[in-house]
Design a protein around this ligand. Sequence first.
Ligand SMILES: Nc1ncnc2c1ncn2[C@@H]1O[C@H](COP(=O)(O)OP(=O)(O)O)[C@@H](O)[C@H]1O
Ligand SMILES: N[C@@H](CCOP(=O)(O)O)C(=O)O
Length: 325
Amino acid sequence: MAVYTHVPSEEMAAFLTRYDTGELVSAKGIAEGVENSNYMLETRRANGASERFILTLYEKRVDEADLPFFMDLLDHLGANGCKVPRFIADREGQKLQQLAGRPACLIEFLSGISVTEPTPAQCLAAGRAMGELHRASEGFAQERRNALDLPGWHDLADKCGTHLDDIAPGLAARVTQELAFLDAHWPNALERGVIHADLFPDNVLMSGDAVTGLIDFYFSCTDIRAYDLAIMHGAWCFAADGGAYHAARGASLVRGYTVAHGLSQAERAAFPILCRGAALRFLLTRAYDWINTPADALVTRKDPLAYLRRLDFYAQANPADLLGA
Ligand SMILES: Nc1ncnc2c1ncn2[C@@H]1O[C@H](COP(=O)(O)OP(=O)(O)O)[C@@H](O)[C@H]1O
Ligand SMILES: N[C@@H](CCOP(=O)(O)O)C(=O)O
């Protein structure tokens, strides 16, 4: 359950009077997500027309100072043909508000559902959507450092320390060994650009095989572009429990991306290493949350070991199996 901050309905209704959205009819906390508090709002205008919105209160990892970057990026991507939600301004032109003591924004609602076990056709469409996103972001001039880059993984591993071994015996040593490998082999020279950095199936809204929306840009940053595809590969191409690898999903995802954006020889050659880095990144953030979130907290902790299994897979994978022919 990701509603960390409870907003009384009177406060929510008063908040909405700042906007041209009509009056609040219903507000429901959204169970999905782990980072922020999200509510689905329904409003009704004087003419009876109803509309839906997302209300997000920023918690935990989102720094308020980064919100203008995310807002400008989504404006830019939307203007360049990507299906991303707009941040909605109040009557005075303000998009960033305070609600219940937290930074908060009203956001356009996009329809669609997230898939759990994607088909190759859905992977193709999702890969294409990421390729289009990377193309569309080429004219975006702002930059944001990725705090969860290789030095950031070292920091996280240090913070987790020997508690990693409470999750699985030997995990601390495995992480140290992997960091040493990545320090020696990370492909820093690859092309960089704006990346989403968390384009998991739950952040892609779909209708059948078509992508209807890309959401949750709160990790977006400037980093190696093909690393974004590697993150997607780990998130889309394994059984939901992190078990079996589905080669047909991997081939379709990469094909969709390649059609929309292209993937250079250097990016292909480095892809297994990028996948190892992506797997370690999610292993570490999940492990950190596992260690630091009480077992009875309202949020469902995500399993770090599902990413250890992916890491082990990528460490011995044949590149052709990851990329398709
Ligand atoms: N713009 C949107 N349109 C429709 N649904 C959304 C939108 N933004 C968020 N959601 C819903 O809220 C859930 C949590 O949002 P998300 O941004 O992923 O939260 P978190 O940052 O906490 O992980 C999503 O899985 C989706 O169901
Ligand atoms: N995708 C990450 C967690 C971040 O959650 P999201 O709901 O913001 O995508 C993971 O699976 O570890």
